[in-house]
Design a protein around this ligand. Structure first.
Ligand code: PXG
Ligand code: PLP
Length: 446
């Protein structure tokens, strides 16, 4: 009885789509022709019209363990019955300590103290606040300048959009944080089109940080924040040697280096974090998304003990960091996260992804020469397919490809005229074949 009611509800489109203001969506177009997903399992969604859709994007770069993984589902079900919520300020519950300790085992280098948030945006803002406060407490309060990068994405909070570098995310929202500078982005089709993996050209773009230091003087700069691989802006890869050069310049001038690993964390590159993959150690890492395989919202910021200890001063009854969220360390999120870690680490999902990266790379580059393709990029289990924009109508080409892929049973993501793929890490070769055959067919028909 109940089951039938649920099934019926799923099979009808709600009468009124007006009230829900959808995020980062063309609301008016969507509401004329809605695309609703009603169920998910493994590598697939089920659409409202009953079709099986191959998930080429792991939801929004987050469902790394695939959908409805029984270990994660059961952990959440058990937790909601046991402890639904515990206050996060001046109270605690065991799972958040256990989860932080388990994360410390897999985080890069000496990053072993974890602050919990509920999203990547909150993680980015939290990391920036930690960096500013850290310098203040150490008596270097003049270090208050933040450095981001053009085409960077660090979520949608005021801190994140200030250091971020996507014009549409900034231009209607006031002045942003004062004292922010931007490095140039590293994307260059002339030098690097069709590079397999990391491009050869562009490490010298990190030297722009030296110019910002010269212009502003080193002792005014608190932190540099970059995505090791820029996802949202269209899969922009770090040139070989670029990240290490940023690290070296930060070391030389006492600047904290923050890696925003919201997309690259938890196996996306076939390593626990991009920091491991690239062999470059940041001072602070932000993460979210794959942390719980997208099942319950959660994010976090990790720092080394030295940064944490800097805050642990003053009377012991005093709060050390005036920051936190009602839902920091939510019990259900911790339960989902612990179960997701079991799947990633104990069940070998990250090795599985690493083992498929070469096959993935070949599949991505098999699109070379097809109509409208002007660049192909890959790393780990991520692909960027850059298309020639339709003259006078930027974004339309990629939107058309996205819609046609969806009609043919494949979910993709677009940003500008770039198609991004980042499927669940449980994928097999057959899924890769299907993804790229579908995209190839769509491009040929356009
Ligand atoms: N930092 C980075 C590097 C991200 O990629 C955020 C912060 C913000 O996370 P939240 O959880 O607040 O959304 C992100 C999120 C896409 C896409 O398809 C990318 C993101 C979110 C939604 C869509 O490019 N990145
Ligand atoms: N706004 C008001 C009025 C609040 O009382 C609170 C939290 O108590 C917040 C915002 C912040 O909410 P959250 O802790 O979920 O980020």
């Amino acid at each position: 009885m109940v089951k039938t009611a649920v099934a019926e509800r799923h099979q009808s489109i709600p009468n009124d789509l007006e009230n829900f203001w959808m995020p980062f969506t063309a609301n008016r177009q969507f509401k004329q022709q809605p695309r609703l997903l009603v169920a998910a399992e493994g590598m697939h969604y089920t659409s409202q019209d009953g079709r099986k859709i191959l998930d080429g994007t792991a939801g929004l770069w987050c469902c790394n363990a695939g959908h409805a993984n029984p270990k994660i589902v059961e952990a959440v079900q058990r937790q909601v019955k046991t402890l639904d919520f515990a206050p996060s300020f001046q109270m605690g519950h065991p799972l958040e300590f256990e989860f932080a300790a388990r994360l410390a085992d897999i985080l890069p280098g000496e990053l072993d103290h974890v602050f919990f948030t509920n999203s990547g945006s909150e993680s980015a803002d939290t990391a920036l606040k930690i960096a500013l406060a850290y310098h203040q407490i150490r008596g270097e309060g003049i270090r208050s300048r933040l450095v981001g990068r053009v085409r960077g994405y660090h979520g949608v909070g005021f801190g994140g959009i200030s250091v971020g570098g996507l014009p549409n995310n900034r231009k209607l929202f006031g002045m942003g944080l004062p004292g922010v500078s931007h490095l140039p982005h590293t994307h260059n089709l002339q030098h690097n089109a069709y590079a397999r993996g990391q491009p050869e050209w562009g490490a010298h773009l990190a030297d722009e940080l030296e110019n910002l230091v010269a212009l502003n003087s080193a002792e005014t700069i608190a932190a540099v924040i970059v995505e090791p691989l820029a996802g949202s802006a269209g899969v922009l890869l770090p040139p070989k040697g670029y990240l290490q050069r940023l690290r070296d310049i930060c070391d030389k001038h006492g600047i904290l280096l923050i890696f925003d690993e919201v997309i690259t964390g938890f196996g996306r590159l076939g390593a626990n974090f991009a920091s491991h993959y690239f062999g470059v150690q940041p001072d602070i890492v932000t993460f979210a998304k794959g942390m719980t395989s997208g099942v319950i919202p959660m994010g976090g910021v990790a720092v080394r003990k030295g940064i944490y200890d800097t805050f642990m001063q003053g009377p012991e009854h005093a709060i050390e960091f005036f920051h936190g969220y009602t839902y920091s360390g939510h019990p259900m999120a911790c339960a989902a996260g612990l179960a997701a870690l079991d799947v990633y680490v104990k069940d070998g999902l990250i090795e599985h992804a690493a083992g498929l990266a070469a096959y993935w790379e070949d599949a991505v580059h098999s699109l070379k020469g097809l109509p409208h393709v002007i660049d192909l990029r890959n790393l780990g289990i991520i692909a960027g397919i850059e298309l020639e924009p339709i003259a006078g109508n930027p974004t339309l080409r990629a939107t058309q490809v996205f819609l046609k892929c969806y009609e043919r049973g494949l979910l993709t993501r677009t940003t500008a005229d770039i198609l991004a793929l980042s499927p669940p890490l449980i994928l097999e070769k057959g899924h890769i074949d299907q993804m790229f055959e579908t995209i190839a067919d769509v491009l040929r028909d356009m």
